[in-house]
Design a protein around this ligand. Structure first.
Ligand code: HMG
Ligand code: MG
Length: 309
């Protein structure tokens, strides 16, 4: 097991891991996962100490059939489920979440025109008309809102995305009434230097570091290096997916998220508190890999599965 080192004064002493496996992980699986297996996945992640587990999406079921059972899942999770965030793109999705008494939603915008069209069926500018009443009504109903912005580094159709464009879209999404803005490297092309530039540009535009979260996909194997860079820039919330499951069905080059286990391993080694039991998350990912019929892509899960200590 990883050795705990003394905390580094230049890095945050504690971070929050925002687990997205049941949502970002399972939305991209070709096999349909039974609802009771999803519920067990969520419960096991909570039991492993993950403080936030994004459970599912209230999107159009034809767009993401893998999560068409969102309402059934949240009903199965009962009181526990009401505290968990879910993705909601529009007022129809919000109505579905409100009917179930959910308290935390996440909207998801795009920094680029092409991905807005492909993921949301409307242009970059038109996405705000969809999100504005959704966030307003959610806040009036006492819900807490997270905002994601996708394609913050590169876009498969448009190439590198200018930092100013990302800051403009991200800030507008956040200013609708969100409590946190998660910066998505949807296709995993970001690099450590680009991360610093983006964080500093958001700070220069008036955002606090603790209002920002980083959402890395590990397509090019840069997710941990990018996380370290973000830690140095003072970021304290990181999205991750148990076992490295994940991707986006509307961005073909998106693969799995940063694996929760890989993140936990690095944070523990840096002496940064996270509150997560690595052995339990690894056991959960091995169990989930069995359900999905393929091994976990996480390096830490694979290493510990072969040599559990
Ligand atoms: P649309 O077709 O433009 O929707 O889809 P519409 O408003 O025109 O409505 C058409 C019909 O859909 C209507 O039904 C609505 O009621 C229904 P009709 O009147 O024709 O019978 N409808 C819905 N039904 C259920 N739930 C809903 C809903 N909305 C409309 N919420 C929409 C627009 C946004 C809904 C669609 O494009 C969609 O569902 N997109 C979701 C795509 C998605 O989930 N992508 C993955 C998540 S994003 C991601 O993974 C990135 C992230 O991880 C960060 C990163 O990595 O960068 C977050
Ligand atoms: Mg994602």
């Amino acid at each position: 097991m990883v050795e705990v080192r003394a905390a580094k004064p230049s890095l945050p002493s504690r971070v929050t891991i925002y687990e997205v496996g049941p949502r970002d992980g399972l939305q991209n699986e070709s096999a349909l996962v039974p609802t009771d297996v999803k519920a067990e996945f969520v419960r096991r992640l909570l039991a492993a100490g993950l403080p936030v587990v994004e459970a599912t999406s209230f999107v159009h079921p034809k767009w993401v059939p893998q999560l068409a059972d969102a309402a059934e899942l949240m009903e199965l999770l009962g009181d526990e489920g009401r505290e968990l965030p879910v993705l909601v793109p529009n007022e129809r999705g919000l109505d579905r979440a409100l009917e179930l008494g959910l308290k935390h939603i996440a909207i998801f915008g795009s920094a680029t025109e092409t991905f807005a069209q492909r993921n949301l069926n409307r242009g970059l500018e038109d996405q705000f008309a969809m999100f504005e009443p959704t966030v307003r009504r959610a806040r009036d109903a006492g819900l807490d809102v997270r905002a994601y912005v996708s394609m913050c580094f590169g876009d498969p159709w448009e190439g590198e995305v200018p930092v100013d464009q990302v800051v403009d879209v991200g800030k507008r999404l956040f200013d609708l009434g969100a409590g946190q803005l998660s910066l998505g490297d949807t296709i995993g092309v970001g690099t450590a230097g680009h991360v610093t530039d983006l964080v500093e540009a958001f700070v220069a535009a008036g955002m606090d570091r603790d209002q920002l979260a980083m959402h890395f996909h590990d397509t090019y194997g840069q997710a941990l290096a990018n996380t370290y860079s973000a830690l140095q820039a003072g970021i304290t919330t990181f999205d991750a997916s148990a076992g490295g499951l994940g991707g986006c069905p509307y961005a073909k080059s998106a693969t799995g998220n940063l694996a929760t286990e890989d993140l936990v391993w690095m944070l523990t080694g840096l002496g940064i508190e996270h509150g997560v039991d690595l052995t339990q998350v690894v056991a959960t990912s091995i169990w989930m890999a069995g359900q999905l019929g393929r091994p976990s892509p996480s390096a830490v899960v694979r290493a510990l599965a072969e040599s559990p200590t």
